[in-house]
Structure formats: C-alpha cells, structure tokens
Design a protein around this ligand. Structure first.
Ligand code: ATP
Length: 351
C-alpha cells in the first residue's frame, strides 16, 4: 500500500479565468481516509480525477507511494474508483460486475471467483451474487460498486460522492459501513463530498477547498475547534457559526458583556465567530429578537437578529428543545468566552 502526495498541483481548464485547482499541496498518509470537501465548483472532483489520471495536470506532480504518476495512464496507477452513479453493467450479474475488471486484466478465473467471494462476504452480498443490478436495492447496488473496487486490491480507493444516490437514512448507515470497512482494509482512501457531516464523520482528516484553493487540512476536531479562517469556520458546523464584523476598541471587541482581546495590528475591525451551540440563554448579554424557532426534539435553534453599535446582525443559537422560547420573544444570549473565534484581515484566524 501507499500514501498519496499532491505537490503544487494545478489544473486550468481552457477558457477559464482562474485555476480549477490552484497549487494544491497535500500529503495523504498510507492507510489514511482523507476527505475532500467544499462547496460546488471548488475543485474536489478535479483533484480526484487528476489522481485517477482522468484529468490532465497543468503544473506540479502527483505521487502514489514513491512513484510519480503525473503522466501515467489511469489503468497503470493501481487505484480503484467508486462513482456516485455506481456505473454497474445492467446485463451482468453481481458476481460478474464485481469480477469484470479482473477478467479484463487477465486474472485467472479461479482467483477471480475467490476474490469476488471474499468481497461479497465482507460486504454481506453473498446471497445476491447471481442477481442483476435492477433486482437490488440502492444500498445493495452501492455495496456492489464498493465490491468492484475491493476485488482489485488497489493501493488507493477514490470515491466521488458514492452516497449521493441513497436516501437520508441509508446514507447514514452506509457511511458508517464504508468508514469501518476502510479502517479494516487499511487502504489509503480519497473521498469527495460536498456534505460537511459526511466529511467530519468519515475522514481521518478533512481537506476544505474553496475556489480551487486548499483552505485547511486537519482532523475533524481541529477543523471544528480551530478553523484556520472564517470560510472554514462558516463551512464546518450546522447551523453555521455566527460571524459578526465588529469594531476594535482599546479593550478589544465586546459582545454580550464579554470582552475579547484582539492581538495588536489586527486593524479597526475583526470578525468574531461564535457557534450556535456555544451561546446560551442568559439574564443579560446579547439581546436577540427571535424570528424563527426550529424544534428538533432534544435541541431547538432560535434564529433572530441582534444589534451591536447600531448595526443589525443575524444570529442563531442552540437552546434546550424541551423549553424553547417563543417566536417574537426577546431573549438574551451569552457566549462561552472560551469558545469564541477571531478572524482578521482576509478572514485569517488571529490566535
Ligand atoms: P461539484 O461539487 O459541483 O461537483 P467540484 O468541487 O467537484 O464541484 P469541479 O467539478 O472540480 O468542482 O470543478 C471545479 C471548477 O472547474 C468549476 O468552476 C467548474 O465549472 C470547472 N470545470 C470542471 N470541469 C470542467 C471542464 N471539463 N471544462 C471547463 N471547466 C470545468
């Protein structure tokens, strides 16, 4: 097995003013589950397709293990890809679908049968080997697509939104299965999703992209607790972190009775970030006019507006779902002073 290195990798599509992927540096360890996440058009799929060899690299190098694969044909890269539409052959049985790539590669029949049986056992597909894809549920088809990748025993798995065709419940189940399967097999995996919950629950590390530029690559806990900039802060977490642009005074910035020190040289204004779950109802603090209450059972989210120095800011807080305040009510919120984030010029984290 092997790790993967992106070394200043750039892809410019002809006629496009900016690079789809811009000088991407990323080192993925052997056996690691790395998730590429970001909003639509940020360059996730292009990054994955360059690793697969399905997309050209304009600048930089990609290595799998010690081998520079930048100019190497896809089928020589020793990778296996799982796509969102599974791309199963409708006229073939599950067993033939799973063994097809091996057959094409000239692997002896007995070995194909053995590897397919092993993958079917791992994926709990043994009783479906004789069926055709149309006689399977969406979740089973997804597992066949995984099986096709597993039987090839590649050095790297590449997955592009493999769960996007499943309904919400199955998606949650399947993401746990894929994550635990990957840990069991120990195969280096690069996984693309636009879903930050999927990214956070599955990845050993998560790389956040925006407009072709890597913003931060870190373990899920680190991304959540110490986002490198305001974009990552707003992207990771749901509902999103409250981000308020506030004037800096001699004491720093002040929100809801809490003073936050601001490092020297940060400028006249900074962005203060506080997550909805790091605000609580208080007797005084930030006054909030509630526009909407979203009740989820255990928790409720209250959405409203607050005023700081005459400027109105939208704000959301998580409260106890068993005793939520009513829409139209005025409440006060206090931030947990240990859990506020500060971002300066260009959105960069300040501490
Ligand atoms: P999504 O989540 O919507 O699939 P993504 O993050 O995977 O998005 P990419 O598909 O990698 O993003 O696209 C990155 C940028 O490159 C986008 O601006 C897209 O419009 C552009 N792009 C992608 N493929 C091509 C192409 N074949 N020709 C020209 N531009 C392209």
């Amino acid at each position: 097995m092997a790790g993967v290195t992106y070394d200043a990798v750039t892809r410019r599509y002809p006629g496009s003013p900016r690079a789809a992927v811009d000088a991407l540096d990323l080192e993925i360890a052997d056996g690691e589950f790395l998730v590429l996440v970001g909003p639509s058009g940020c360059g996730k799929t292009t990054s994955l397709r360059m690793l697969a060899g399905l997309e050209g690299v304009d600048d930089g190098h990609i290595r799998i293990g010690d081998r520079d694969v930048t100019g190497v044909a896809p089928k020589e890269r020793d990778i296996a890809m799982v796509f969102q539409n599974y791309a199963l052959y409708p006229h073939m049985t599950v067993a033939d679908n799973m063994g097809f790539a091996l057959k094409m590669a000239g692997v002896p029949k007995a070995e194909i049968t053995g590897r397919v049986a092993e993958a079917a056992r791992i994926l709990d597909l043994e009783q479906y080997l004789g069926r055709r894809p149309k006689a399977l549920s969406g979740g089973q088809r997804q597992r066949v697509a995984m099986g096709r990748a597993i039987v090839r025993q590649p050095q790297v798995f590449l997955m592009d939104e493999p769960l996007s065709n499943l309904d919400a419940k199955l998606r949650v189940q399947t993401r746990t299965q894929i994550a635990s399967l990957q840990r069991r097999l120990g195969v280096t995996t690069v996984y693309v999703t636009h879903d930050q919950v999927e990214a956070m629950t599955m990845g050993d590390r998560v790389a956040v992209l925006r407009d072709g530029v890597l913003q931060q690559c870190a373990a899920p806990g680190e991304l959540y607790q110490r986002p490198a900039n305001a974009f990552v802060a707003g992207f990771i977490g749901s509902p999103a972190m409250n981000l308020l642009s506030l004037p800096v005074t001699a004491d720093g910035v002040r929100l809801g009775g809490v003073d936050v020190a601001v490092p020297r040289g940060a400028g006249d204004a900074v962005t203060l970030g506080v997550r909805p779950e790091d605000l609580h109802l208080a007797d005084d603090g930030i006054p909030l006019e509630i526009d909407l209450v979203e009740e989820l059972g255990a928790d409720a989210y209250v959405y409203g507006r607050t005023r700081v120095d005459g400027v109105e800011h939208p704000m959301v807080a998580r409260v106890d779902g068993r005793r939520p305040p009513a829409r139209g009510a005025g409440v006060h919120l206090a931030p947990d002073p240990e859990r506020v984030h500060l971002f300066g010029a260009g959105g960069r984290r300040l501490d």
